[in-house]
Design a protein around this ligand. Structure first.
Ligand code: COA
Length: 166
C-alpha cells in the first residue's frame, strides 16, 4: 500500500516502494554525478522506508530522497555515541525545480528519520552547490565541517547536520 505524505502543487510526495527503484535510479542518473548499485538502493529502501521518498507528478517520479541509519559519534555532543540519519541522496529533475518540491521532500524525509528515533541527521553537499546548501540552511541544518577532496573529482564537501529534540 502506498503511503501518501503531502501534495505540493501537482506533485505527490509519498513513500517509495520497490517499483519506484528504477525510476529513482533514472532521476539520479540525470541529476547527480554520484551513482549507486541496485543493491544499495534496495538496501536503503529496506532499512529506512520511512525516509525513502519520491515526488510523483501524474504517475512519473520527478524527485527522490533516500536515507541511511547509522551509529557513531555525535556532531553535537562531546564524546556522545548516537543514532544518526544520513541523507545519502536527494534530487528533483530540472524541469520541476523551484516549485517547493525539494523543500517538501527534505521536510518529509526529516519526519521519516524522526520516526526512526535518530538523534541527528547529516549529509554531504558540494561546496559549490549553493541551491542545496541554501535549502538545507533554511531547514535548520548547519555547516559543521569542510571535507577536503570528498568527491572523486576533487571537490570539497560541506558536512551539514541538524540535531533533533523529541
Ligand atoms: C537542490 C535541489 C534538490 C532543490 O530542489 P527544488 O525543488 O528546486 O527546491 P525548492 O523549490 O524547494 O527550493 C529552491 C528554490 O526555489 C524557490 N521556490 C520554491 N517554490 C517556488 C515557487 N513556487 N516559485 C518560485 N520559486 C520557488 C525557493 O524559495 C528556493 O529559492 P532559493 O534557493 O532562492 O532559496 C535541486 O536543485 C536539485 O535536485 N539539484 C540537483 C541535485 C542536487 O544537487 N542534490 C543535492 C545534493 S546534496
Amino acid at each position: 500500500m502506498q503511503v501518501a505524505l503531502r501534495q505540493i502543487g501537482d506533485c505527490l510526495i509519498r513513500r517509495a516502494d520497490s517499483s519506484d527503484l528504477i525510476p529513482v535510479m533514472q532521476v539520479n542518473l540525470v541529476t547527480l554525478p554520484e551513482h549507486y548499485s541496485d543493491y544499495f538502493y534496495e538496501s536503503l529502501l529496506g532499512e529506512a522506508p520511512e525516509a525513502f521518498l519520491v515526488g510523483e507528478i501524474r504517475g512519473k517520479v520527478v524527485a527522490y530522497t533516500m536515507c541511511k541509519i547509522e551509529y557513531g559519534f555525535s556532531n553535537f555532543k562531546k564524546l556522545g555515541f548516537v543514532k544518526k540519519g544520513h541523507i545519502v541522496s536527494i534530487a528533483v529533475v530540472e524541469e520541476h525545480r523551484k516549485k517547493g518540491i525539494g523543500r517538501a521532500i527534505v521536510e518529509e524525509g526529516l519526519k521519516g528519520i524522526k520516526l526512526k528515533k535518530a538523534d541527528e541527521l547529516y549529509l554531504e553537499v558540494r561546496c559549490s552547490n549553493n541551491e542545496a546548501v541554501r535549502l538545507y540552511e533554511k531547514l535548520g541544518f548547519i555547516i559543521k565541517q569542510r571535507l577536503k577532496s570528498y568527491y572523486r573529482d576533487g571537490e570539497d564537501a560541506y558536512l551539514m547536520t541538524i540535531e533533533f529534540s523529541y
